[in-house]
Design a protein around this ligand. Structure first.
Ligand code: ATP
Length: 229
């Protein structure tokens, strides 16, 4: 009898069926990234030129005004796993589309907001997830332009991940020797020794000055950590 390898450590891939409504800069790049990830994407926009330009790239495209209830119902969006409303500038179209999608029972609805007031209204009408790409990207870039980190991703209110350069004082030492967790109250998650590969970090991982580190922790602890020379 063949020996069992035990439970698979990889989660099986699940392609998601998603509708992206509004194929502007945000919606189109989101839709293209989903297709790259192997997902089924229905792209919808009321501008036929935009729709035609993406026809070969997305799984399906439709030219439609999503503020029209009958049109939305005909598209059968309730059967999809989720939908993203990426209409930002036209507040009325964003709110109407969101409200109609909730009414027809879309399972998971993500909506882009262009302002805090816009976001508040979307939350009040019941959007499941409200996202603020401009604010989030602004915060991220702020930490990069100061040279503080090479990348910055906020996971939660006080939990962030940064990409930073290994300081000279760490050269030739292992993470265990440096007592990173107890000294700096942060966790080094992965290390790139300059070959483009991010290896998971272990206590015995030896650092070299100039290595790229992915580090996770609270905001204050991380801002102190990235200043170590
Ligand atoms: P981005 O910053 O992503 O380029 P934006 O925040 O400026 O977009 P808009 O330009 O308002 O947002 O909308 C994005 C897309 O949504 C546009 O391509 C627009 O044609 C489309 N759109 C706007 N209203 C509707 C609608 N009622 N039905 C379908 N698509 C719509």
């Amino acid at each position: 009898m063949p020996k069992s390898n035990g439970p698979s450590r990889r989660r099986s891939f699940h392609a998601v069926n998603v509708a992206v409504i509004g194929l502007g800069r945000f919606g189109s790049s989101l839709a293209q990234e989903l297709v790259k990830g192997g997902h089924q994407v229905l792209g919808i926009d009321n501008d036929d030129k935009i729709v035609q330009s993406l026809a070969g790239e997305l799984t399906h495209v439709v030219t439609a005004d999503t503020t029209d209830e009958e049109t939305l119902k005909e598209l059968g969006l309730a059967d999809l796993d989720c939908a993203v409303v990426a209409i930002g500038a036209d507040l009325e179209a964003s709110i109407l589309t969101t409200s109609l999608l909730l009414q027809i029972g879309v399972k998971q609805l993500w909506v882009k907001a262009n302002s805090t007031a816009h976001g508040r209204i979307l939350e009040q009408i019941g959007a499941h997830h409200v996202i603020f790409p401009e604010y989030e990207m602004g915060r991220r870039v702020a930490h990069m332009v100061t040279g503080e980190s090479l990348d910055y991703v906020q996971i939660d209110e006080d939990f962030v991940m940064v990409k930073s350069v290994c300081p000279e004082s760490f050269d030739g030492k292992t993470l265990a020797e440096l007592k990173i967790r107890s000294t700096y109250k942060v966790t080094v998650v992965a290390v790139n020794h300059g070959d483009g590969v991010y290896d998971p970090a272990f206590p015995e991982t030896k650092l070299k000055s100039g290595d790229l580190l992915v580090v996770a922790g609270g905001k204050l602890a991380l801002s102190e950590f990235v200043q170590v020379q």
